[in-house]
Design a protein around this ligand. Structure first.
Ligand code: SF4
Length: 386
């Protein structure tokens, strides 16, 4: 592990639950909060020891809403991180809800070494935020960006398109508002609504899956059709491209030198350790995950249990898919050297199958998604994982 690892730390707590969200989350007021943070510190210590106190090259604190931790909680987290790992990261990102930032919290995160704040803006319009069930207000986002800049952080803005009732004009306005704030990085995700319950529902009292399912069925009925959503994606490519952002990954745009180093580690199939509920890891070629239910996670840490190995993982297929998400694409000779001729033959077959639809472009040794391929990437990915 000479190159070091990426470290992902999951803080599941949120002020309220956004009904479209499938992350491992729990109420900020959860009685389990103190025990969870203690378990997280214990897990880090245990993993750090098992891995020989590896160097952490990039750190990403996600959630959930890490920005709602109180400064003393952030300080304890920092102490646990330093005890467990050789913490010399090139980049430290913390995710934030625009409504949960204040000076004291930002100062606490700066002491952890944060370099980058990723803000869950989602939309700048009041009706967009309402349609998504978000509780922050449009004006919170500009204030949060200003506070992050004052603290000396780079800024990423997360936006969602394709929400119920959204028009193309709404989306153009959201992109204009985002660009006006001059972020270093922007992520644009289409709203995707799953209709199967996940474990993390159990972390929230009141209503459970039935309430969420009803909300999601109504939201699905109100979403713009696929053709409009595809047009919105192309609009993001146009507006962000004209504003000087490089479209370096299917859903991500960055100013020069401002790509997310941590996320590049995922897409380049490097090694990372994830700690906390629902966190995934990829170490020594093995993928594993923690339970998303807080009580199960706490039980696992309490009994010294291990991360659950994903025995169904298809390492060659996933590596090909992740590489194709990037604008640099997949280097075929390197891929063959790493995964062998059978895996490379599968990639070749997928390339041949989608060739008539012009979803991929081959230049020299590299294969990349075309503009149309970025829109229909799943058509390529299902063939790589078949
Ligand atoms: S704030 Fe973020 S993590 Fe929390 S429920 Fe909403 S979308 Fe999910």
């Amino acid at each position: 592990m000479t190159r070091g690892i990426g470290l992902y730390v999951h803080i599941p707590f949120c002020a309220s639950r956004c009904p479209y969200c499938d992350f491992a989350t729990a109420p900020a007021t959860s009685a389990l909060r103190g025990r969870y943070l203690a378990a997280l510190a214990e897990e880090m210590l245990r993993e750090g020891r098992a891995l020989g106190r590896p160097r952490v090259r990039t750190l990403y604190v996600g959630g959930g809403t890490p920005s709602l931790l109180e400064p003393p909680e952030v300080a304890s987290l920092a102490e646990a991180l330093r005890r467990a790992f050789d913490l010399r990261p090139r980049e430290v990102t913390v995710e934030a809800n625009p409504a949960t930032l204040d000076r004291a919290r930002l100062a606490a995160w700066r002491d952890v070494g944060v370099t980058r704040l990723s803000l869950g803006v989602q939309s700048f319009s009041a009706h967009g935020l309402r349609a998504l069930g978000r509780t922050h207000q449009p004006e919170d986002s500009a204030a949060a960006v200003a506070a992050a800049r004052d603290a000396g952080f780079d800024v990423n803005l997360d936006l969602i398109f394709g929400w119920p009732g959204q028009t193309e004009d709404d989306w153009r306005a959201d992109l204009r508002s985002a660009i006006a704030l001059a972020p270093d990085h922007a992520s644009c995700y289409p709203l995707e609504l799953r209709l199967d319950p996940e474990e993390a529902v159990a972390n929230w009292p009141g209503g459970g899956w039935r309430v969420l399912e009803r909300w999601r069925r109504d939201a699905l009925d109100g979403q713009p059709d696929e053709r409009v959503v595809a047009g919105m994606y192309r609009q993001a490519e146009r507006q962000l491209g004209m504003a000087g952002y490089r479209h370096y990954e299917i859903a991500n745009w960055a100013r020069p030198g401002k790509r997310s180093l941590h996320n590049l580690g995922y897409w380049r199939d490097r090694e990372w350790l994830g700690v906390g509920a629902g966190a995934h890891s990829h170490l020594a070629g093995v993928r594993s995950a923690n339970p998303t239910s807080l009580t199960e996670y706490l039980g696992k840490i309490h009994t010294g249990g291990a991360r659950v190995i994903d025995t169904g993982a298809d390492a060659p297929g996933e590596a090909a898919m992740l590489a194709l998400r990037l604008d640099s694409g997949l280097d075929l000779p390197r891929y063959t050297a790493r995964f062998g001729t059978a895996a490379a033959a599968r990639v070749r077959r997928a390339i041949d199958e989608v060739a008539p639809a012009r979803l991929l472009r081959i230049t020299g040794d590299r294969v990349r998604l075309t503009a149309k391929g970025r829109l229909l990437a799943n058509e390529v990915f299902i063939r790589l994982l078949a």
